[in-house]
Design a protein. Structure first.
Length: 159
């Protein structure tokens, strides 16, 4: 999956033509989504910001997430992905806030969910959409897959 240059350039073109912007909140990808978006020359026209909120405290302090909700739903949940995307959208003023959270392995950690479980979300003023995917591969492959899945979801949202 990874960051397909044609996908990223298509997003860049559509966002720029529409005068729209995107802000990213990511965990598992660790900045790869933001890096893919800024790899295109002229990205300052559509890329507003990227926040890597890897830890629980980073989600609380950088995105204003509620600690009780994080404890209740868990860091790897659709609720957390939606809250992250919504926060990215609202805090930045960007047209779209996009977010991901998942488990890349090789160790599962505290979550009972399988390695490769990923939750994605796109937030705008009109709506918030979410998607759950299960990606296969090693840690690098899963992280690269998150980039393609999340940017593909944004492309669908743009139509």
């Amino acid at each position: 999956m990874g960051s397909d240059p044609d996908l990223v350039e298509g997003l860049a073109r559509r966002l720029t033509e529409r005068g729209e912007t995107v802000a990213v909140a990511e965990t598992t990808a660790g900045g790869l989504v933001s890096a893919a978006l800024v790899a295109v020359s002229g990205s300052s026209a559509y890329f507003e910001r990227g926040i890597v909120a890897y830890s629980k405290m980073a989600k609380i302090s950088s995105l204003g997430m509620d600690e009780a909700e994080l404890d209740s739903f868990g860091a790897v949940s659709v609720e957390t992905a939606v809250a992250m995307a919504t926060a990215a959208h609202e805090l930045s003023g960007a047209t779209y806030g996009i977010a991901e959270t998942g488990i890349a392995g090789p160790i599962r950690g505290r979550s009972p969910k399988p390695i490769g479980t990923v939750h994605l979300a796109v937030a705008s003023a009109e709506r918030v959409t979410s998607r759950d995917v299960v990606l296969e591969g090693d840690r690098t492959g899963i992280r690269e897959g998150i980039v393609g899945a999340l940017l593909g979801m944004l492309a669908e949202e743009l139509g």
